[in-house]
Ligand binder design. Structure first.
Ligand SMILES: Cc1ncc(COP(=O)(O)O)c(C=O)c1O
Length: 442
């Protein structure tokens, strides 16, 4: 017998939605029922232009035929294979395809099911790597204020967004944070990488001096921070972090969950900034967001350090039931095919100048206090309503949705990251729509 309070099929109460104002949503639901390329269709029959690639993941646009076909075919051929001590060909094929587009030296991939799991996997690899090298005192992890690394305990410990941390006790021990790089007083309305703030990286030296390098395993940063409102690294900042990590034998992890797979016009942000970390954390665009999957890229040096001891022994005690799942692997291979066939891993580089000019044309709109952009990422920061932070941006989100535009807001910032197939005409439509929202008295 059903224990539902109300047995109508569209009863919304049972699903406790993630990162959502549940009570507000359930009074005025916003449902997508289908999607194609750059557009969603809503439950009330409207078309919505996707300005955010879903949640920064649908890089090739929606319901792409190669991906759909690959998933259907795989589901009928091999639905599941145990991930431990057994394999299936597509997981290996995918790993080879991935290392082909990764920067030189990233020759190995561990699979996960999400960005959060990829982050925790990378942190665990870092700790274990030092230990297998006989340097087990290196147990500290360094993140950054305002960093977002998903919602698992490792990720929220190194992350720096207060609301994501404060409810959850003392988190991982031995974690410290570098300061964030956001300097609106000096860098507002910068196009691309800001001039000021590169030297903030030297704060890492201070942290190393405080704890001693011999206790620090890894530093993790998003090359471009997304969820905290799009913070673009100041010129020279990432290079400096790399230098300091190298000098002290600390591993540098780039969390590329949003920048991976073409967002900046190169396959990965490491290539865009020409700064090579020791691990690259990815998810989202790996399967075009269609099937949950993540991948952590590691160098041969890290991988090979684990390949010791008796051959029948498991080298790294970590993995998930769904690591390299056949349907996810098939979706990811078809996604890489789509990216390759349509040049999507570099298309953002071509569109970036148009995107930049279009976004910065909004500078004169009401409430706008900063505009930031890089690759096909944009942010429009709004002055908060006095005493009601986040409300203005949330009103903008609701109004945009009613007007047929999907934008995303974090704090009082509108964050934009459209599918990489967006056209110039659609960029104009997105920007004109945002202007209309900002001028509508929010
Ligand atoms: C930089 C970064 N890391 C990790 C994550 C977590 O990914 P997931 O939501 O797939 O766990 C996100 C999600 O937005 C992200 O932006």
């Amino acid at each position: 017998m059903s224990n539902r309070l109300n047995a109508t099929p569209n009863d919304l109460r049972a699903f406790w939605m993630p990162f959502t104002s549940n009570r507000q949503f359930k009074k005025e639901p916003r449902m997508f029922v289908s999607a194609k390329d750059m557009h969603y269709k809503t439950h009330d029959g409207r078309t919505v232009l996707d300005g955010t690639a879903g949640l920064w993941c649908v890089n090739a646009g929606h319901c792409r035929p190669l991906i759909t076909e690959a998933i259907c075919q795989q589901a009928g051929e091999l639905d599941y294979a145990p991930a431990f001590q057994l394999g299936h060909p597509k997981a290996f094929e995918l790993a080879n395809r991935l290392v082909d587009i990764a920067p030189e030296g990233f020759n190995h991939v561990l699979y996960t099911n999400s960005g959060s799991e990829s982050v925790d996997t990378a942190l665990k690899v870092a700790l274990a790597y030092h230990r297998v090298k006989g340097d087990g005192a290196r147990s500290r992890l360094i993140g950054r204020e305002r960093g977002y690394h998903g919602v698992n305990f490792g990720g929220i410990s190194v992350g720096g967004i207060v609301s994501n941390r404060k409810m959850f006790g003392t988190l991982l021990s031995g974690v410290d944070h570098m300061p964030h790089t956001h300097m609106p007083d000096k860098n507002a309305f910068t196009k691309g990488e800001p001039e000021h703030g590169g030297d903030i990286a030297t704060e890492l030296e201070r942290i190393v001096t405080l704890h001693d390098a011999s206790t620090i395993a890894a530093v993790i940063v998003e090359p471009v921070a997304g969820s905290t409102g799009v913070l673009i690294p100041p010129k020279g900042y990432l290079q400096k972090l790399r230098e300091i990590c190298t000098k002290h034998g600390i591993l540098l992890i780039f969390d590329e969950v949003i920048t991976g797979y073409g967002r900046l016009g190169t396959p990965f942000a490491a290539q865009y900034f020409d700064v090579m970390p020791d691990m690259i954390v990815t998810a989202k665009g790996l399967t075009n967001g269609v099937v949950p999957m993540g991948a952590v890229f590691v160098t041969s040096e890290i991988h090979d350090a684990f390949m010791q001891g008796p051959e029948h022994m498991i080298e790294f005690f970590h993995g998930y039931t769904y690591s390299g799942n056949p349907i996810a692997s098939a979706a990811a291979i078809a996604t890489l095919d789509t990216y390759r066939d349509e040049g999507l891993l570099t298309r953002a580089a071509t569109l970036a100048p148009y995107w930049e000019n279009a976004l910065h044309s909004l500078r004169d709109c009401p409430h706008v206090i900063d505009i930031r952009n890089i690759g096909l990422i944009g942010a429009i920061e709004l002055a908060p309503i006095a005493g009601e932070p986040t409300k203005r941006a949330f009103s903008a989100f609701l109004k945009a949705y009613e007007n047929g535009l999907l934008i995303r807001t974090t704090g009082d910032t509108i964050a934009l990251s459209p599918p990489l197939i967006i056209t110039e005409a659609q960029i104009d439509e997105l920007v004109a729509g945002i202007r209309q929202v900002l001028e509508s008295g929010i």
